[in-house]
Design a binder for this molecule. Structure first.
Ligand SMILES: Cc1cc2nc3c(=O)[nH]c(=O)nc-3n(C[C@H](O)[C@H](O)[C@H](O)COP(=O)(O)OP(=O)(O)OC[C@H]3O[C@@H](n4cnc5c(N)ncnc54)[C@H](O)[C@@H]3O)c2cc1C
Ligand SMILES: *[C@@H]1O[C@H](CO)[C@@H](O)[C@H](O)[C@H]1NC(C)=O
Ligand SMILES: *[C@@H]1O[C@H](CO)[C@@H](O)[C@H](O)[C@H]1NC(C)=O
Ligand SMILES: *[C@@H]1O[C@H](CO)[C@@H](O)[C@H](O)[C@H]1NC(C)=O
Ligand SMILES: *[C@@H]1O[C@H](CO)[C@@H](O)[C@H](O)[C@H]1NC(C)=O
Length: 453
């Protein structure tokens, strides 16, 4: 016990004296084996009501219930649930000074194993209680903490006839979606969800809490957070522009006539509010199955589309027939020129730097879900081989899209390598500036890291 208190005193002295100074002696950090026990002890001594260990209901809720894919369930040494940015900052400093690995989880929807969870060698930082939710006085922006899912944001804004540019499935987390870009039903009008963020409150690796905006001293960080993932800071609040709820009160506008005239197999077409729609379809993406995503992109082209479709379903039918509880689907996400251009005019440039000249694109996602851990290797090998085949096909048709969307990507896909090289260099410089000791690269495990590209 005495040792722990000594360490706590040193830790506080370090934090007070100079942010980051304590790590300076060693350069880039690496984890010390066994240190997670000390970190958990420090967190539970200082925040007993918000630190949880295996065996408690809160631990199970934070390590299982909050995740979409059961491949993410894990057994951290402890879970810390900060109540505000100051407590999160304290946790980052504690983990840094003890050289302990950790994972950060918000909505828990990223299905890449190890990208939002950690085992017994580390600590899970849960954002479940970072729950700011407030509309600005003039209703132009809404402040949202990473505790929230998009359904919460839409329901909150609905009484004001407002909404936000966010996810198309209600239980997806606000934080992860925004840090990778974010494809919305409104994207053709307003771009990436992240193009509509006006400010980020974030905890730097030094423990400092800052607000990054387009026109303040942290404008470089603001730019990086619009698609740079978790290498830069842990975001504790997003200020989002609100958008009007209805663009038109016309039901069945003629612009959709060629779509609404198709013969339907199932029909949910209706005029209604986004929050209502989201709550109706949320259940179609249940929690608790094993999941894998993988992406590719191509310029819209009929032959390319048919080949991608036929390749995926041909291979799925012939190779995955024996997989229990299998759902194999491929989503063609249309990305218009308006998406790219309107996003840029709303939010300025972003790290993704998607080329508008070759739009429209399809950003496709292979979605595979299955039941048993015993089938993990087979399904993942299929997913990898099939996306490689699809990439080969679109390249041979001369319609490769280049960009790989982070939030739908699978393990090992070269996401940052698909960003313009000047943007990647700028991301790396910004990362070095804000996190010289690589706390959010070496200790914060999981996620696409700019340093790996
Ligand atoms: C059913 C389903 C539907 C989807 N629909 C859409 C859609 O319509 N549009 C779209 O664009 N994407 C969609 N996605 C993809 C989604 O955007 C990503 O899975 C996203 O990462 C989810 O965010 P999260 O907060 O739930 O994720 P988490 O798994 O909690 O986090 C994802 C990553 O972000 C990091 N992170 C989390 N919180 C923070 C924080 N506060 N600060 C710094 N880093 C953090 C984590 O460490 C992790 O690496 C969908 C995914 C699923 C499963
Ligand atoms: C989250 O916040 C609520 C409301 O303040 C509180 O009752 C609860 O104990 C907190 N949960 C955790 C896990 O910290
Ligand atoms: C929202 O829109 C509806 C339908 O046009 C209208 O009846 C209602 O008064 C509006 N509410 C607010 C708060 O503006
Ligand atoms: C519907 O399709 C026809 C035939 O391709 C086309 O001429 C027409 O412009 C389309 N209508 C709309 C609203 O896009
Ligand atoms: C597949 O993934 C996309 C992208 O995240 C998502 O929008 C879609 O709902 C998923 N489809 C299925 C059937 O899971």
């Amino acid at each position: 016990m005495g040792r722990v208190f000594l360490l706590a005193a040193w830790l506080l002295a370090c934090a007070v004296l100079h942010h980051g100074a304590c790590a300076a002696a060693t350069g880039p950090v690496s984890a010390i084996a066994g240190s997670q026990k000390i970190a958990c002890k420090l967190l539970s001594l200082t925040h007993p009501d918000h630190t949880f260990f295996e065996g408690s209901d809160n631990y199970k809720y934070e390590t299982q219930t909050q995740y979409w894919s059961s491949t993410a369930y894990n057994t951290p040494a402890c879970v810390f649930v900060p109540q505000n940015a100051q407590q999160l900052s304290f946790a980052v400093t504690t983990l840094t000074l003890t050289s302990t690995k950790f994972a950060v989880r918000s909505g828990g929807h990223m299905p890449v194993q190890g990208y939002n969870s950690i085992g017994s060698s580390g600590v899970l930082l849960s954002n479940s209680n970072l729950s700011t939710l407030a509309l600005s006085h003039d209703h132009a922006t809404v402040s949202v903490g990473p505790a929230y899912r998009w359904r919460d944001v839409y329901s909150y804004l609905q009484p004001y006839n407002l909404t936000a540019v966010g996810g198309r499935v209600g239980h997806v987390g606000v934080a992860g979606l925004l840090l990778g870009g974010g494809i919305s039903f409104h994207s053709s009008q307003y771009g990436f969800a992240a193009d509509n963020v006006v400010a980020y409150e974030a905890v730097l690796s030094s423990g400092l809490i800052v607000v990054a905006k387009a026109d303040n001293a942290y404008s470089d960080l603001y730019w990086a957070l619009k698609g740079g993932g978790n290498s830069f800071a842990i975001v504790t609040r997003f200020d989002l522009r609100t958008v009007p709820f209805y663009d038109s009160l016309t039901n069945s506008p003629t612009v959709f006539e060629n779509f609404t005239s198709l013969k339907t197999v199932a029909d949910q077409y209706a005029f209604g509010a986004l929050a209502t729609y989201i709550s109706a379809v949320d259940a179609l993406q249940p929690n608790g199955l094993r999941q894998d995503f993988r992406v590719a992109s191509f310029m819209v082209n009929r032959e390319g589309l048919s080949t991608v479709h036929d390749t995926f379903f041909g291979d799925a039918n012939s190779q995955l027939a024996d997989i229990a509880g299998l759902t194999a689907s491929i989503t063609f996400q249309p990305v218009t020129k308006g998406f790219i251009e309107n996003g840029r005019s709303r939010g300025g440039s972003n790290p993704q730097g998607v080329d508008a000249n070759n739009a429209p694109y399809f950003w496709i996602v292979q979605n595979l879900s299955w039941q048993n851990a015993g089938d993990d290797d087979t399904v993942r090998a299929f997913a990898k081989a099939t996306i490689a085949k699809i990439e080969g096909t679109i390249t041979s048709h001369g319609v490769a899209g280049g960009y790989l969307y982070m939030n739908d990507a699978g393990d090992g896909q070269p996401v940052f390598q698909s960003y313009p090289s000047a943007n990647l260099r700028r991301l790396k410089d910004i990362r070095t500036k804000y996190d010289p000791f690589r706390i959010y690269t070496n200790l914060l495990v999981g996620g696409w890291k700019v340093l790996d590209a």
